[in-house]
Write a protein of this length. Structure first.
Length: 271
């Protein structure tokens, strides 16, 4: 299976644009600086950050000094670069705590992982986003690169995302897609809104969502909805496998995912 990551780079932001009403521009710049540093394996220079933010170099140094003093960046003096600081880990740990699923849900996802012999995922709605809340994998069946707890991108290109998109009202879905867009992750990614709507109709009718090489080359994913007692979609369970393995076990995997969704549905409604 290819290990190349999907194209999930954030859209370019014009640093000279007028700030959105009600926002604090200095905070926005600090967060963009941290994201820019996080995207680099070896850290970045002050000049690179200044250029990225379209800031004068002295202003960039002031920003970097503040983030370094706060512990969110570190100055790698020997390399003349800046890297992520160790307080960033506190944010990651906090997000994992806030997304932590009940033990019954975790058990249902683990059961799916074992039965399907595949990495297994549980995704939920979190306000206006679709977010991965739990993952179970193993050395034999590793999770998809980047699909960790808190992942909330490329909903149109993931099987669990398609389940959640299909359950939205047309108005909710239009507003969501207008906001996040249909970014191309691979040559197979569905980027046409009309084609996606037809595909989501099939997801609703069949009760499962499938993607083959849409999120990452050489990878296939399958998902099914987790429902409330009233039938509303609350979450989804999914699995991922190399496409060659998936093709050889397609129908057994679908049965496993449907059973996994039923087990998770019972767990959700027993809480």
């Amino acid at each position: 299976m290819s290990t190349s990551a999907p194209n999930l780079d954030p859209p370019a932001v014009n640093g000279s644009s007028a700030p959105v009403s009600g926002t604090v521009q200095s905070v926005s710049r600090a967060l963009r600086a941290m994201e820019f540093v996080a995207a680099s394996r070896d850290g970045v220079t002050a000049k690179e950050i200044a250029a990225h933010l379209e800031l004068a170099l002295p202003s960039a140094y002031h920003l970097l000094a503040t983030l370094t003093e706060s512990g969110y960046l570190v100055h790698l003096a020997q390399d003349h670069r800046y890297g992520l600081g160790y307080r960033v880990r506190l944010l990651e740990q906090g997000l994992e705590r806030q997304l932590e699923v009940p033990a019954l849900i975790a058990s249902a996802v683990r059961r799916l992982h074992l039965e399907a012999d595949a990495a297994a995922y549980y995704a939920v709605y979190r306000e206006v986003n679709v977010v991965v809340a739990h993952v179970v994998d193993s050395e034999r069946r590793r999770r998809v690169q980047v699909l960790d707890i808190g992942f909330h991108e490329a909903t149109h290109a993931t099987a669990f995302g398609k389940v959640m998109l299909a359950a939205m009202t047309p108005e909710e879905r239009d507003a969501y897609l207008d906001r996040v867009g249909l970014r191309r992750c691979t040559a197979n990614t569905m980027t046409d809104r009309s084609a996606l709507e037809t595909h989501l109709d099939n997801v609703r009718r069949s009760g499962v969502a499938l993607e083959i090489g849409e999120f990452q080359d050489g990878l296939s994913c399958l998902a099914a909805p987790v429902r409330s007692s009233a039938g509303a979609v609350l979450a989804s369970v999914a699995i991922s496998l190399p496409s060659a393995d998936f093709a050889a076990r397609r129908w057994d995997l679908e049965r496993a995912v449907r059973r996994g969704a039923l087990v998770a549905t019972r767990a959700v409604n027993s809480l």
